[in-house]
Ligand binder design. Sequence first.
Ligand SMILES: [Ca+2]
Ligand SMILES: [Ca+2]
Ligand SMILES: [Ca+2]
Length: 189
Amino acid sequence: MPALRSALALALAAVSVTTVHADPVQWQTAAGGNGHYYLYVPDAVSWQDALATAAASSWQGQAGYLATITSAAEDSFVGATVASANLAWIAASDDGDENNWTWRAGPEAGQALGYTNWASGEPNNCCDGENFVHLNWLATGQWNDHGGPGNPGQLNGYVIEYAAAVPEPASVALMLAGAALLASLRRRR
Ligand SMILES: [Ca+2]
Ligand SMILES: [Ca+2]
Ligand SMILES: [Ca+2]
């Protein structure tokens, strides 16, 4: 039944196309990544709303947080692959402590920024104060301070990060082997 089979394949392809956009993307360890999942949310919101919505979200049982960028490789992955070069809030801020930039979410919350990728001339605290950071300004991956006390109407999409502890295939196999062993022990009694 080749006709039915190709119809099924088409239906499956349609399903996977629609879910690809809704699901976080994994930065795979095989590709030099940390195994975390990232989701770009295209809604134009304030940095505060992005921070709160990210913290309230979860993926595969892991709480989300507004993304933290701690290496050039992570910056490139998030800027290009996750956000597709769209402007997106990340969790860096100098709100309440001008020009003292720290992470405000995730495992790095409270830490000073290590890696940065400021665009030329940034951060400039422009226009009565900019205290938050979006990436993909001027070039993919580059950072700009944006939003803040003087600019409450500056809205962007954002990236949520999930440090998901998804079982590796090896540990799934181990779990299955353990369950089989338990079952055989029970049968022997
Ligand atoms: Ca991170
Ligand atoms: Ca500032
Ligand atoms: Ca700026």
